[in-house]
Design a protein around this ligand. Structure first.
Ligand code: RUQ
Ligand code: CUA
Ligand code: CA
Length: 628
């Protein structure tokens, strides 16, 4: 232990002396904590130099090599960035409402939100891209909502949320990862906080009868396929490259109800699930259901055939599978270590040929507060150290040799990051294609690195070049609440559409409604009255709406359906009715609709609010509401 520390200090000094501008910039960061903004401005010029020296300046008009999908934390959204430029390209509303696109306002989005449309908030943490044979297939991105216990799917061809499922019988979906092999059949997601089963008012005062579950959502139907009750709780998770095993960390083996109680044990555990055994039990009908849910529930508590519990030090957090498929890495959080679990020993563990700790092949000490580990595909792990505000680069096979008593150094470098990093993520790291080019570090605090903006500060996403022997800090990017995690995928792995297809399922229900009303959306604008319900169908072609006025009666429930007939790329219209809280985006060749009550007589203008034409300001019309 102490010779590790010696090594570290030597390593730190050596790197400090040898490194270029970046390491000295890191030194200045410390000084500027005391010295204020003088240090910060020095920093940014050093960054600019370093960025051009590393040749990563993406000039205006040039495209990035990677897409990055960032979770928006308690903003509830997902953001799309270009990497390495770190330019924000798009925001995808998911669990939030969004004024610009009308997410949460339009009928199409409200159908997707379903019952949960009543929630205006969300807390998205873990964005993951669907895979085929362990490689990103660019079809979907899935993300959890911890706040309202949901899982959402985003279609990556249109970059819109297309399904949202509320997970029954559990509270607070946190860790979420996808089956990698043979393809993403399941979205695995963890219920974090134990609750009474059934949670209908029973067992309020008997925490020993609270449980939580590991959940599998069918990636195509988005139905919950099955749930497995566990001991303790569940935090983060990842799947292997055989399709059989999934690991998840538990920080609350104590099943404590308070902070102090959750820290009592020196070791908590990683629970491993045998997906094949679970599927066999489900198809044999060997399960129960709970409450009003019809989802198969299996008992995976200690002693079950479906799970094994591997003790690991203390309150572990992230769980990450190495891209060669050999190991699960559990990150110690309250222990300065990470635990290396050999996946090829898991069949023996499930056959009871070995003990749980026999699967542990290494437990390197890295520094204070290890939260998440990512990989370069060249045998190195990169672990965030929350308390130390560093990323530790370490070699996995050397850590295993060290655990076996060999005199080898597994630590390669420690780099200061700013400050208190949570997740980090290397390019393509969750797939077989991990390419070791870029590392994004999501730091929870920016402190002095940006102009002050009031008591609430941005966080700081840092971009690090990991293509060489040494990590080099390239870029700081201030960011709004709260990127828990991100995923980097090669640009050629994503194929977005440029205009909507007229038969897109995203608005198929609205098209079907028009058909039932005998309206040809591509040809005509028309008002249909159906009792006190009025459906107003109109086209839009820049810079006019198909109807420059329509007439309804006070108290009518009005549904406006706009079909954008423009075929030009990037020609999006908007529809906003003044003083009615009504607004939506209508992309080229898209149909979008919104329903509201015309509750006030008078003239109410509507206008296009996505800039579309020189005469965009004039793209207006009047809703004439006759008094009741
Ligand atoms: S968590 S800072 Cu929501 Cu992934 Cu670890
Ligand atoms: Cu149409 Cu602006
Ligand atoms: Ca604990």
């Amino acid at each position: 232990m102490s010779d590790h520390q010696d090594t570290l200090q030597n390593l730190g000094r050596r790197l400090f002396l040898r490194n270029t501008a970046m390491t000295s910039a890191a030194g200045v960061a410390g000084a500027s904590l005391i010295g204020g903004l003088g240090g910060a401005s020095l920093l940014s010029s050093r960054h600019a130099e370093a960025a051009s020296a590393n040749g990563v300046n993406i000039a205006p008009g040039e495209l990035d090599e990677y897409y990055g999908f960032w979770s928006g934390g308690h903003s509830g959204e997902v953001r799309v960035l270009g990497v390495p430029s770190m330019r924000e390209l798009m925001r995808i509303p998911v669990f939030n409402t969004d004024s610009a696109t009308g997410w949460g306002i339009t009928n199409e989005s409200r159908r997707i939100l379903g019952d949960s449309a009543r929630f205006l908030n969300g807390d998205s943490h873990h964005p993951h891209i669907s895979m085929t044979d362990g490689r990103y297939d660019g079809k979907y991105l899935f993300i959890n909502d911890k706040a309202n216990t949901r899982v959402a799917r985003i279609r990556l061809d249109v970059m819109k949320t297309d399904r949202i499922t509320t997970i029954p019988n559990v509270q607070a979906i946190h860790g979420l990862r996808l089956q990698k092999v043979p393809h993403t059949k399941y979205v695995f997601c963890n219920g974090e906080l134990p609750i009474p089963q059934v949670n209908d008012g029973r067992d309020l005062d008997s925490p020993e009868d609270y449980w939580t579950m590991f959940n599998a959502v069918d990636a195509e139907s988005m139905d919950v396929a099955w749930q497995v009750i566990v001991d303790g709780n569940l935090d983060n998770t990842d799947a292997d490259y055989t399709g059989r095993f999934v690991g998840a960390t538990c920080y609350n083996s104590e099943k404590g109800m308070t902070l102090a109680e959750t820290m009592r044990n020196e070791r908590d555990w990683v629970v491993v699930f045998d997906v094949e055994a679970i599927e066999a039990a489900v198809s044999a009908g060997d399960y129960k259901t709970l409450g009003d849910s019809s989802v198969p529930v299996l008992d995976g508590r200690k002693g079950s055939a479906f799970t094994r519990y591997i003790p690991v030090p203390k309150n572990p957090h992230g769980l990450n599978t190495t891209p060669d498929g050999k190991y699960f890495i559990a990150n110690g959080k309250l222990s300065p270590t990470v635990t290396i679990i050999a996946i090829d020993k898991l069949p023996d563990l499930f056959n009871d040929n070995i003990e749980p700790r026999d699967t542990v092949v290494g437990e390197p000490e890295l520094g204070l507060g290890p939260l998440h580990t990512t990989f370069d595909g060249r045998g190195n792990g990169y672990t965030t150290l929350f308390i130390d505000s560093q990323v530790a680069k370490w070699n996995i096979e050397d850590a295993i040799r060290h655990y076996n008593g060999e005199d080898v150094t597994y630590l390669r470098q420690k780099l200061d990051v700013h400050y208190q990093p949570g997740h980090n993520h290397a390019s393509l790291t969750e797939s077989r294609d991990a390419d070791g080019k870029w590392l994004v570090v999501l730091s929870k605090f920016s402190k002095d690195r940006f102009l002050p903006v009031g008591p609430l500060r941005p966080e700081n996403d840092q971009l690090i070049d990991i293509s060489g022997e040494e990590m080099k800090l390239i870029h700081d990017g201030p960011t709004y609440a709260e990127p828990h995690d991100c995923i980097l995928v090669r640009a050629d792995q994503i194929n977005p559409l440029k205009v909507w297809q007229r038969d897109d399922p995203f608005f198929a229900d609205t098209v079907a409604m028009a058909k039932a009303d005998g309206v040809n959306l591509e040809q005509e604008s028309k008002v249909i009255r159906d009792g006190n319900k009025v459906r107003v169908y109109m086209t839009s072609i820049a810079p006019t709406f198909g109807l420059t006025e329509f007439r309804v009666k006070q108290g009518d429930e009005v549904t406006v359906v706009v079909t954008n007939l423009d075929r030009v790329e990037d020609l999006t219209h908007g529809f906003c009715v003044v003083n009615h809280g009504v607004q939506m985006e209508i992309g080229p060749q898209q149909t979008a609709s919104v329903t509201f009550t015309a509750d006030r007589a008078g003239v109410h203008w509507y206008y296009c609010n996505w800039f579309c034409h020189a005469m965009h300001m004039e793209m207006t019309g009047r809703m004439l509401v006759e008094p009741a």
